[in-house]
Design a protein around this ligand. Structure first.
Ligand code: HEM
Length: 514
């Protein structure tokens, strides 16, 4: 009898969620939008994938700048693509916050930090961490890896090129960006380019592939059960049931992630303890050492607890590695497929290089065409093409009242390609557009690839600096890049970052010494 009643309530709840609510009750049901899609998954399969952002372009063209779609299991999402709407949402700290599902997942894979916190916790941490990313500190951090790690990259490419002329560029970029990130954020030699097997790097390598559709599907479904995700991802449950999880394919990722995170936290604590010791601490100027200095000097709320430190390392790894790799991959793609741009870039870099390398980074930093190429690549193919928000307090967008709890997807990639801002050739790669930006263009709306507002990417300057250094010094000063095969097209995938799905094979030819 009880089982029959339970089954009946589940069926009734499903009918309500999947049919009654979206078609007859939802206050957003009158908003234009595509058909509700798959009864369980809704439009989820079209929201992610190879052409994230652009596949929905047709929807925006057909239904207007604010549309409603069905997300999994009866949940709804509102999609926005207009740059000023997106900017307003990102500025609206009280009304909209980062989606709670994303924050729970971020807490699981990156610990307690900027990616998972909101409100006071976020404001406090941001205030403590901001100074470590100041422009003065960035220049010092640059000296920690430039040009040494970049030279290691050249060596790795050169030795691979002895065997073949086409290389999977993402593999090499992932290595060099991890080495750079570890060095500049906590003075750690991760040794990835040299294929050294370090515990922390191996653990991180096991963590990255878990960012896949399976993981997101399982976590999204469990999040639909009240407190489901909070309980499942609590430290106690993960520790006690680890062995059990590893026996089931569906939950295996939980066991792998838990073990990897433990190793990363343990290693990070060891490295930070060493950095804190008096003799090594003084001269170090990496991000974590700067934070540790204020940690030692600060008091009360302005001081990070020692227990909070390893999670900052995890946050920087999660926020700053895959994103830079993805963004750099697209720069290489555009340059390889635009010979004129490559020629001009090389000519510009030559003006500041002596011989085969550029020892002084400050000479690269201000090169206008290099800057334009990076901006243009990040405009067209941003590493984070969609930002996810959840309405916290009833909010009005374009005259539409969005009730608390509504999921809002902000299509940054579409906004970046606004014809109103950039004109009819907005979808084309044309770095020259950045050299003379008309004064009527609102740059604050034209540059959303690092987000905006209180959650604006904390590592944006570090990322651009690194991208400029690698682009100028490595690829174009010494190599000629071209597609790996005739009619090569972009094969991309999007989950947390938008990146090449095929590893970005490119042909490289070493140029004669200049
Ligand atoms: C090209 C490379 C990068 C891109 C495209 C990128 C993009 C973004 C975007 C769009 C956001 C805002 C997310 C939102 O509002 O939901 C963000 C936030 C963040 N990024 Fe980046 N990022 C990059 C590099 C980095 C680097 C190098 C680091 C650290 C070393 C980093 C650390 C973070 C952190 C911690 C946040 C959260 C900030 C907060 O909520 O206060 N990112 N990033």
């Amino acid at each position: 009898m009880i089982i029959a009643l339970l089954s009946l309530s589940v069926v009734a709840a499903l009918i309500y969620k999947l049919f009654l609510y979206p078609y007859f009750i939802s206050p957003l049901r009158h908003l234009p939008g595509p058909p509700l899609g798959h009864p369980i998954l809704g439009q989820l399969p079209t929201l992610h994938g190879e052409n994230a952002g652009f596949i929905q372009k047709a929807w925006f063209e057909k239904y207007g700048p604010i549309i409603r779609v069905q997300a999994p299991v009866g949940t709804e999402a509102v999609l926005l693509e207009d740059p000023s709407d997106i900017a307003a949402c990102l500025d609206n700290q009280k009304g909209m916050q980062k989606s709670s599902l994303f924050r729970k997942i971020a807490a699981f894979v990156a610990g307690n930090g900027l990616l998972s916190y909101e409100d006071e916790q976020h404001d406090r941490l941001r205030k403590i961490l901001n100074p470590a990313f100041s422009l003065t500190n960035l220049t010092t951090q640059m000296n920690l890896y430039y040009p040494e790690i970049i030279s290691n990259f050249i060596v790795a490419l050169d030795s691979a090129l002895e065997l073949k002329d086409t290389l999977p560029m993402c593999e090499y970029l992932e290595k060099v960006t991890l080495d750079i990130l570890c060095k500049s954020t906590f003075s750690y030699d991760s040794g990835t380019l040299k294929n050294e097997s370090k515990d922390m790097v191996m653990a991180y390598d096991r963590l990255v592939p878990l960012q896949n559709e399976h993981t997101f599907a399982v976590l999204t479904i469990i999040d639909m059960i009240p407190w489901g995700l909070e309980i499942l991802l609590s430290k106690r449950i993960l520790n006690v049931f680890n062995a059990l999880f590893s026996r089931f394919k569906t939950f295996e990722f939980l066991a792998i992630a838990t073990e990897s995170m433990k190793t990363i936290r343990r290693s990070a604590l060891g490295i930070l303890a060493e950095n804190m010791s008096s003799e090594s601490h003084g001269p170090k100027r990496d991000v974590m050492s700067t934070i540790l200095n204020s940690h030692n000097a600060g008091a009360g709320r302005d001081r990070l607890e020692t227990s909070e430190l390893p999670d900052q390392v995890l946050t920087f790894l999660t926020g700053g590695h895959e994103t830079v790799t993805a963004a750099l991959s697209w720069v290489l793609w555009f340059v390889a497929t635009n010979p004129k741009c490559q020629y001009r870039l090389r000519e510009e870099v030559r003006t500041v290089s002596g011989g085969n390398d550029i020892e002084d980074y400050t000479r690269i930093r201000d090169l206008p065409y290099l800057d334009a190429v990076i901006q243009e690549s990040m405009r067209l193919l941003p590493a984070s093409p969609i930002l996810h928000r959840e309405v916290m307090q009833e909010t009005t967008v374009r005259g539409v009242v969005l009730p608390k709890g509504t999921a809002v997807h902000l299509f940054v990639r579409n906004a970046n390609c606004s014809k109103e801002i950039w004109g009819l050739d907005a979808d084309e790669f044309r770095p020259e557009r950045w050299e003379n930006v008309p004064s009527n263009i609102n740059l604050a709306h034209a540059k959303l690839s690092f987000g905006r507002g209180y959650r604006l990417c904390i590592g944006r300057n570090m990322a651009v600096q690194e991208m400029k250094a690698l682009t100028a010094y490595l690829a174009f000063n010494t190599y000629e890049l071209s597609p790996a095969y005739k009619d090569q097209k972009i094969h991309a995938e999007y989950l947390l970052t938008y990146k090449p799905a095929d590893g970005l094979p490119l042909r490289l030819r070493r140029l004669e010494a200049m």
